[in-house]
Design a protein around this ligand. Structure first.
Ligand SMILES: *Cc1c(COP(=O)(O)O)cnc(C)c1O
Length: 467
């Protein structure tokens, strides 16, 4: 390495005296604009390595292997606090429920429990994970468009806080299960206000043509209110809607709140229905790339609470408890996926592939939704970008591309790539396609790391089989 840079010579001498190694910083070294996508306080250390939660990402990859999902606990806690504070500062009677399908395991359930949030579950399996850390059942909300009889029975026996009823079959079934147990279950009705949140078709849920909820427009939601009020095994507390995800503007929430509140007023007049709770769902967006410029949580809180308060006053309805259900926005930025680079392939004149040891088996979002990601070379975090590459997974599908056309420093076999904003909907959608063991999950916190879920082994792959 040429010793032309005076600063480097000086640092090298200082380092030699201190007995440590200092790496040459090229004149093009700069703070990457991608760094703010990573968990809070992510830095580049003196070795030029990415440092997450006080831990060197390259060392984490070496110690725990790759693909590795690293979550910064400080960022997870900060996001929980952020939602609670932003909403309750404007509307004290707010309940924040973490939508656990975005990312759940025992450590995460424990963290959400300690943060005092509620928990949305969409299966009895998610409820069971929460129960394994003694998550308070009364703070669990049970969602889903086809809750099974066994699931509903189990949820009742476990003392679930709310069942968010999706359809008439479920309403009748829940009522009879509750009456068998001499219980009265607290419920919300999920309604579809027919508002398009302008997001991917697969994650649009609040329009008329949706498998979720009772449509308001067809009169079916009104029928459900009447029926729920008649039944003895359930107590109708209020209404729920979830428009989809991610919702990159506040207007869909405002439109939906207006539709649902005006309709709730009609239901009050027609059926004497009192809405004690209003649950406006999740869908709060996060920035995945440096181009994403999104409103803050405070802006959503202002829009939701502002619209609601205005309308309540005009209609002289009593203020209900407000519930919000962020999933992605709690966990996405806290998670970083680490991969090791293997094969490098240049299709001459066409494309330069950088192949990594994971892919759609741990992150199916790019092929499923066309999701875009950024990346940094964890062990070259200060180096300048010199070429355009495509980051390919190792699964046997041509669609298994993690990032298409990204500028990176010169990448070599053995380098570690870090993909930010991988905390939501990656690990939970992971599969064993190609018999790839699912990755390990590590939590980092102020310089310490611990495995919260071990990597699957080959025995895990065939251990459930019989000959
Ligand atoms: C998935 C889901 C959420 C969370 O969505 P995010 O986009 O992750 O915030 C909230 N509520 C319901 C009912 C959901 O199904």
């Amino acid at each position: 390495m040429p010793e032309r840079c005076v600063a480097c010579v000086r640092r090298r001498l200082t380092a030699a005296l201190a007995g440590s190694t200092i790496y040459h910083m090229t004149s093009t070294a700069r703070r990457s604009p991608r760094l703010p996508l990573f968990p809070k306080d992510t830095t580049v250390n003196s070795a030029g390595h990415l440092e997450i939660g006080g831990c060197d990402a390259f060392d984490l990859a070496r110690e725990y292997g790759t693909p590795l999902y690293v979550f910064d606990e400080g960022t997870l806690r900060q996001q929980c606090r952020e939602f609670v504070e932003r909403f309750s500062a404007r509307y004290p009677d707010t309940m924040v429920c973490y939508a656990s399908k975005a990312f759940l395991n025992r450590a995460m359930a424990q963290l959400v429990k300690d943060a005092g949030l509620g928990l949305d579950v969409v299966s009895i399996g998610e409820f069971a994970i929460a129960r394994s850390v003694d998550f308070p059942s009364e703070r669990v909300y049970f969602h889903g468009n086809n809750k099974l009889q066994d699931e509903l029975a189990q949820a009742l026996d476990w003392g679930v806080g709310r069942v968010v009823v999706d359809n008439m079959y479920e309403l009748q079934l829940l009522d009879s299960l509750a009456r068998e147990r001499s219980m009265v279950q607290q419920i919300l009705l999920r309604v579809t206000p027919n508002v398009d949140p302008h997001t991917h078709e697969f994650t649009t849920t609040g329009v008329l043509d949706s498998k979720f909820g009772f449509p308001i427009a067809t009169g079916q939601a009104a029928e459900a209110v009447k029926e729920a009020m008649r039944l003895q095994g359930v107590n109708l507390l209020g209404l729920h809607f979830h428009l989809g995800s991610p919702i990159k503007e506040t207007a869909p929430y405002e439109a939906a709140i207006r539709i649902v509140l005006e309709w709730a007023r009609d239901m009050k007049r027609a059926n004497d229905f009192d809405m004690v709770e209003l649950n406006v769902g999740g869908g709060f967006p996060v920035a995945y790339t440096v181009e994403d410029n999104l409103p803050s949580i405070a802006v959503y809180a202002d829009a939701i609470i502002g619209t609601m308060s205005n309308l309540l006053m005009k209609m002289s309805l009593l203020p209900p408890r407000l519930t919000v259900e962020p999933g992605r926005a709690i966990v996405a930025r806290a998670g970083v996926a680490l991969y090791t680079v293997g094969a490098l392939k240049e299709v001459t004149g066409v494309r330069r592939f950088v192949c990594v040891d994971g892919g759609m088996s741990d992150n199916i979002r790019p092929p499923l939704y066309g999701a875009k990601y950024e990346a940094l070379v964890a062990n070259k975090a200060n180096e300048a970008d010199v070429h355009t590459v495509t980051i390919a997974g190792k699964l046997c599908e041509s669609g298994d591309i993690l990032v298409k056309d990204i500028q990176l420093p010169r990448v070599a076999t053995g380098d570690v790539l870090a993909l930010p904003v991988c905390g939501a909907y990656c690990v939970p959608m992971a599969s064993n396609y190609n018999a790839i063991p699912r990755p390990a999950i590590v939590f980092v916190d102020r310089g310490r790391s611990r495995v919260v879920r071990r990597r699957e082994t080959n025995e895990d792959l065939y251990g459930l089989d019989n000959l």
